[in-house]
Design a protein around this ligand. Structure first.
Ligand code: BMA
Length: 382
């Protein structure tokens, strides 16, 4: 081979290997070193999946929609697109009181059944917990001072709180697929912690107290033998990297970094949602890269979606170039008489909604992943 040819071939080889390396996601490791095989597989597969796109999710998707409740197999997302979401959100609020139904009326036995169905078909499950205020017995939105401190070791509600954690451990350990394996859950406790509206929020305790609460919870669940959780650290809107990390419990206690932001202004008049979300992604993406974590948009939506390009334009621009794992739109309650003032409360178009076509276009975009896409990925297998 003459020298010119050799140099050319060496160059070609370098280019190919560079490209291969560039396409390989950085290695990641779950914080729970004893996580079940399916949980580890899911996390590793999510790390690869983000190169293809992001999973679309919906809260309470299988339980009810705008005009229906508890109809087997039904989903507003499926009514409109023909496919289920890839990720499904559920909430444990009410479990602490041994309620049969959660705070939004979803019976826990049905929730378990849905979770099994989802796992069996290769979908992904995320869980939050709007748990009551343990100090006052009022709801999660009661921010009586010192509530957070009351549940920590030596706090006067510590024992009561441990009993609540026991209930969550029991719930997680009761989730099994048809294959008999424990179902991995993306668990998002103490969500929107940088807000001011829940008893665990930043205005109701010091960053150290919050970190203690988080670490205590994780260690406690592990002690109870719970190893099917991927921990999702979740803030509401935040300003800077320092703000985002102020309550961060550390790399050994979190796997996915996320925030919640909703659209309130008319997107035809203001781009502030897009810009704000994109700016926050730039920050958590940097933190995730530095710490080998994944990123996600854990809750969002534009109530009633009164804009015909919200999905394909506003949300897609908001996510921009960032390789996120998932986005979850909030629940489709329908008419909510308990809200003040009462109103239609839903975040995903239902069949016949004036802006359903934009959601179908969003479904058809390459990076948006729904159930049929993730089923093919076998996310729980190595
Ligand atoms: C809020 C509303 C409430 C609901 C709560 C917890 O955003 O949807 O109606 O009770 O979330 O799911």
């Amino acid at each position: 081979m003459n020298q010119k040819k050799y140099v050319f071939l060496a160059y070609l080889f370098a280019c190919i290997s560079c490209k291969t390396i560039a396409q390989q996601p950085a290695p990641i490791q779950l914080s729970d070193t004893k996580a079940t095989a399916e949980t580890v597989n899911l996390f590793q597969n999510l790390n690869k999946l983000k190169e293809k796109g992001f999973m679309f999710g919906h809260q309470d998707d299988l339980a009810y929609g705008v005009n229906w409740k508890y109809e087997a197999g039904r989903s507003d997302v499926k009514d409109v697109t023909g496919d289920y979401p890839a990720i499904y959100g559920w909430d444990l609020g009410g479990l602490e009181k041994n309620q049969e139904k959660n705070l939004d009326g979803v019976p826990f036995n049905k929730m378990k059944q849905y979770i099994k169905e989802i796992y069996d078909r290769g979908g992904v499950i995320t869980i939050s917990w709007h748990q009551d205020n343990p100090l006052t017995g009022k709801d999660a939105w009661d921010t009586t001072p010192k509530s957070l401190a009351s549940v920590l070791p030596r706090g006067n509600k510590h024992d009561k709180f441990n009993a609540w954690l026991d209930k969550s451990a029991k719930f997680f350990l009761s989730l099994k697929g048809s294959d008999g394996k424990l179902i991995p859950i993306l668990y998002r406790p103490y969500h929107e912690l940088t807000g001011t509206w829940f008893w665990w929020c930043q205005n109701n305790g010091t960053p150290e107290e919050f970190k203690t609460l988080w670490k205590y919870t994780v260690d406690y669940l592990k002690k109870k033998g719970v190893h099917n959780l991927i921990y999702v650290y979740n803030t509401s809107d935040f300003k800077t990297k320092e703000d985002f990390l102020k309550h961060y419990p550390g790399n050994d206690y979190a796997d996915i970094l996320s925030f919640d932001t909703y659209q309130y202004e008319d997107p035809s008049k203001s781009k502030s949602f897009e810009q704000n979300v994109n700016r926050q992604f730039s920050i958590i993406d940097e933190v995730a890269k530095e710490n080998n974590k994944l990123i996600a948009f854990a809750e969002t939506g534009y109530e009633q979606i009164p804009y015909n390009k919200w999905w394909t334009e506003t949300l897609m621009n908001a996510i921009g170039k960032y390789k996120i794992s998932f986005v979850v739109a909030w629940r489709n309650h329908g008419y909510n008489e308990y809200m003040n003032p009462p109103k239609m409360h839903y975040y995903v178009p239902y069949k016949g909604h004036p802006n359903e076509n934009d959601f179908i276009d969003f479904y058809n975009l390459k990076p948006t992943l729904f159930q049929s896409d993730v089923t093919k990925e076998n996310l729980y297998k190595k």
